[in-house]
Design a protein around this ligand. Structure first.
Ligand SMILES: [Zn+2]
Length: 292
């Protein structure tokens, strides 16, 4: 893919909004094998908070890392206590217009693969099929010592059954099904273990400090190899596991467009940047469906 035909870069903060939307529609219309990478900005309209501010900095305490979760029982208790509260709303969240627009993009035949850094399964709920959950899914729990897996909804029942005093607690939602529960004695929270082997159960998501499984990376790289352009939606790309694909694609000459409110780590690699809400910027994809 040559660099010819590159669209006007829209990095100026005061660029006309409708012009940037038109440029995005033109970008999407120009390619037939889009590689789409999505992040937390897609799901904020579904009531799931994101982690970062417009500068890509943490808005809150970074999420738990893998070593701490596996090595510290009190940290695990804190994680699951907050998750038990947060899941009640997270587990009920539904897709929004951004998810629906991207499902429509796939249905139109212009998309090769959608790789999401989100763990909420909302792209699939909206009808997307060619999805790779780069960081896994929060709706499943797995044992770290044997092959046991169970739906998060089942584990939620087990969590509540052994922690009845915690059911009445509430706290503000935090990203990834977490809740801002503090100032309680987490040592009093009971964490059920694997019913098969007694091992440590963990949500089937890639924690900080944990590697994305190699077969998953290989699938994504193959899709990137077959793509003719990259569209980033709702991600600051601050996490290397997502940023690496944009960097690799740009190095291979793929044009990259991004829709994100605020800075991204790949701003210097972008052909087109639209600093608007995802749902508004992608609305043209749903209009195409309405017109069809
Ligand atoms: Zn087990």
């Amino acid at each position: 893919m040559s660099a010819s035909g590159i669209l006007v870069a829209c990095l100026e903060p005061f660029m006309d909004v409708s012009a940037s939307f038109s440029a995005l529609a033109a970008f999407v219309g120009r390619y037939e094998r889009l590689f789409v990478l999505t992040g937390a900005g897609c799901s904020t309209d579904s009531g799931i908070p994101d982690y970062r501010d417009a500068d890509g900095q943490w808005k809150r305490t970074p999420p738990i890392d893998f070593q701490l979760f596996m090595g510290d029982g009190l940290a695990r208790a804190r994680y699951w206590a907050r998750s038990m509260i947060g899941w009640r709303r997270f587990g009920k969240a539904g897709p929004n217009d951004t998810h629906r627009a991207l499902a429509q993009l796939e249905a139109s035949g212009r998309m090769r693969m959608l790789v999401t850094q989100n763990v909420d399964g909302l792209h699939q709920a909206a009808g997307s099929r060619a999805v790779v959950d780069l960081h896994g899914r929060l709706d499943e729990v797995r044992c770290m010592h044997c092959a046991h897996r169970e739906p998060r909804a089942v584990f939620q029942q087990r969590l509540q059954a052994v922690n009845p005093a915690w059911i009445a607690l509430d706290a503000a939602d935090a990203p990834d099904g977490d809740a801002d529960l503090e100032a309680v004695d987490f040592s009093r929270f009971a964490v059920p273990s694997c019913p098969a082997c007694g091992g440590i159960l963990k949500p089937d998501v890639v924690f900080f400090g944990e590697q994305v499984p190699a077969p998953r990376v290989a699938t994504v790289l193959r899709a990137l190899d077959e793509a003719d352009a990259i569209l980033v939606v709702g991600s600051s790309l601050m996490v290397h596991s997502g940023y690496r694909y944009v960097r690799a694609g740009a190095s291979a000459g793929l044009p990259v467009a991004a829709v994100n409110l605020g800075r991204t780590r790949a701003d210097d690699l972008l052909t087109l940047k639209v600093e608007q809400s995802c749902a508004e910027a992608l609305a043209f994809m749903l209009e195409d469906r309405a017109a069809a």
